[in-house]
Design a protein around this ligand. Sequence first.
Ligand code: SF4
Ligand code: ZN
Length: 346
Amino acid sequence: MPKASKQLSEFVQRVKKEPFEHALDEPVAMWTETEILNGEKVKAAVAIIRTRGCYWSIKEGCTMCGYFNDTVPGGVETEFLEQQWIEIINHFSDYKYVKIYTSGSFLDPTEIPKDFANMIMTDLVNYGVERVLIESLPEFVHERHMQYDKSPKIEVAIGLESATPIVLDKCVNKRLTEKGFKRACKAVHEIGGTVKAYILLKPPYLNEGHGIEDTIYSAKFAAPYVDKISINPVNIQKNTVGERMWRNREWRPPWLWSVIEVIEKCEKIGTRIYSDPTGGGTQRGAHNCGKCDSKILESLKDNRITGAKIKKPNCECRKLWKNLVEQAKYRRDGSEPEGYRRGFVG
Ligand code: SF4
Ligand SMILES: [Zn+2]
């Protein structure tokens, strides 16, 4: 491994902390959210099963990802996974769209045993679920991992994060190849499923302007291979490189103006594209000046659900953001201290 990559992977591991002790028979979380199913607005049920977590996070991990905080080092026995599932499915009657997350890859059989996955899929069909969304790294997306006795229509969310190799390697610390991503998308389509790609906006180390450029490039790259794209503005998760840099004022999450910019520039890429920023409007999530944030978040939600054009409120802070983006080419990446932002006048 080249020296710089080795240092980054060591850094990612160093800032991690051992997760708190968690109850093994209780899922991480359950909630409902508004979604679109066959063109109609529906309520979708979402659950996160507590597992051993992402294999990549155990090995190295991504710079912005704090999912390991919810996992159990050493793993969760199938018996406990099943107990979690009973609790989840009891809350899942009357939902046609269900999302099952794991803080890792549902299709990794060492994280979610195949028989357990089969049981989940069978139960979902019996409960009348029409579509299930699961997440996976591309390396586990194979037909043999998606063969169940019966299942709702499967949607696989794949974290492409960035299609720029140097950003993926040096800013995200994720090993994913173009070939591997395309192969995984094809495998999902071959079993009659659909693919949702996650693309980051402004991973750690990138400045505002370079973040926007990278996201637009990545969305255009992914569009021909996927059925929808979710733009994920990077938010600050606990015990991550992102958090360390944010605390040191070396980097901050993107502005909400940047989210709008990306969606508008990608309107014609031929694939549904939207953003539902985690922690939007807070210091740890994508945010603006604080005065215009809620209006933009409302508009992004409307855009996600109905496809309506995003409304841009009149706010002074847009000028600051614009200048910041224009300066991207002069300003080195990873150098946007809050002090600079506060004192910035044009
Ligand atoms: S972002 Fe995905 S691949 Fe990266 S550590 Fe987190 S769960 Fe694993
Ligand atoms: Zn504002």
